[in-house]
Design a protein around this ligand. Structure first.
Ligand SMILES: *Cc1c(COP(=O)(O)O)cnc(C)c1O
Length: 376
């Protein structure tokens, strides 16, 4: 082991080495067929991922944000409608509804899982609210029993943001298949990552699927007949090809993430540090997020000791400058603010070696075991 090399936050070259011998010849076929925009590779990927997730329809698009945008439109959300969203999430969760002219109603999150607090959502309900977007944050399901029950009682549509939780299950079903729509991102660092941008919407509703297929392709179901205002949100053929090859490895890579999380849980036990809890049944550990009041000092210490870390996310949505004038950003969000000030993401990815895991654990332990030096 090289004690001086940095432990990276993520290393995607490990995945590439596992797929390159099958991807390269397939890529030649794709170039020879000039199947660059959607095309047969995208169709094949859609079929395989629909089967993997247990849904009727999978619609491949150009990003997770595009997926959320076409889902919001297909859900019938129109300008002035409101959509309930957690304030502690990546901003990509809300762009789609904002592009559609809807208003995000920010909600606090649960103290254990960091996912949407349905009681807070319920307190913010009015007749303009049409949908709720639970975010399966860090790879852990939101409280879907509560979300689905709440949505049924108030006739709200459920659009799941599964960008961080592909492959996670809730009550025996894949996330993304429980609500009316499930939206995925294949940004390279996600658990299933493209060689560039990519996204997917899944649904069991035939009409919504047809609408989303048209929306992503200039609003046409038939060439040059534009039934609706559309977008260019097509997935690249190359991305579909890469994703198809990676899908075969996803469960193995997810298991590796879970093993690393188990090892961290053992190695970091007993420290004044809040470790991730599996609150709602499953977790695919897109991120391994610990919490401490000494977050900034710990981050600096780890970086000085060769361990890269991340912050997911340091500013909740209701505090983002772009929403400063929004009335729904003015409430109290104590749990989300606590998260923003204390979260720190440690390296977790398929291929992170036991030596590297030990270096992460040792560095965190030594930070807390230095005594008074750490400025407590
Ligand atoms: C990555 C991500 C998105 C957006 O995906 P893009 O592909 O970057 O557009 C949306 N929501 C969450 C929670 C994400 O992590």
């Amino acid at each position: 082991m090289n004690a001086h090399s940095t432990v990276p936050f993520v290393d995607l070259s490990i995945q590439w080495n596992q797929i390159r011998s099958s991807v390269l010849p397939d890529m030649e076929r794709l170039f020879e067929a000039s199947a660059f925009c959607l095309g047969p590779w995208a169709k094949d990927f859609e079929q395989r991922i629909a089967e993997y997730l247990g849904v009727r329809h999978a619609v491949a698009v150009s990003s997770g944000s595009a997926a959320l945008h076409v889902a919001v439109i297909a859900a019938g959300i129109v300008p002035g409608d409101k959509v309930l969203v957690p304030t502690h999430t990546f901003i990509g969760t809300v762009w789609g509804l904002i592009y559609a002219g809807a208003i995000p109603v920010f909600c606090d999150v649960e103290p254990g899982a960091g996912t949407i607090d349905v009681r807070d959502a319920e307190s913010k309900l009015d007749e303009k609210v049409k949908a709720i977007i639970p975010v399966h944050l860090y790879g852990q399901p939101a409280d879907m029993a509560a979300v689905l029950d709440f949505a049924r009682r108030h006739k709200l549509l459920v659009i799941e943001d599964v960008a961080q939780a592909i492959g996670a299950r809730y009550d025996g079903q894949s996330l993304g298949s429980l609500g009316d729509f499930g939206c995925f991102s294949f940004y390279p660092g996600k658990n299933l990552g493209a060689a560039g941008e990519g996204g997917l919407v899944v649904t069991n509703d035939d009409r919504s699927a047809d609408a989303m297929r048209a929306l992503r392709d200039h609003g046409q179901a038939q060439r040059y007949v534009h039934q609706m205002i559309g977008y260019n949100y097509r997935m690249d053929g190359i991305q579909a090809l890469v994703l198809g090859h990676k899908l075969a490895h996803l469960d193995d890579w997810t298991n590796q993430r879970r093993q690393i999380a188990l090892r961290y849980a053992e190695g970091l036990a007993g420290l004044p540090l809040t470790l991730p809890e599996i609150v709602h049944g499953d977790h695919v550990f897109h991120l391994y997020v610990v919490r401490t009041q000494q977050r900034d000092a710990l981050k600096g210490y780890l970086e000085g000791h060769g361990v890269q870390t991340g912050l997911h996310y340091p500013i909740p949505l209701h505090k983002q400058p772009c929403f400063a004038d929004m009335a729904t950003a003015q409430g109290r969000f104590p749990v989300a603010e606590e998260y923003a000030g204390t979260v720190l993401s440690l390296p977790v990815f398929a291929g992170l070696t036991p030596d590297q895991q030990d270096r992460v654990i040792d560095a965190v332990r030594s930070f807390f075991e230095r005594g008074d030096e750490n400025g407590r």
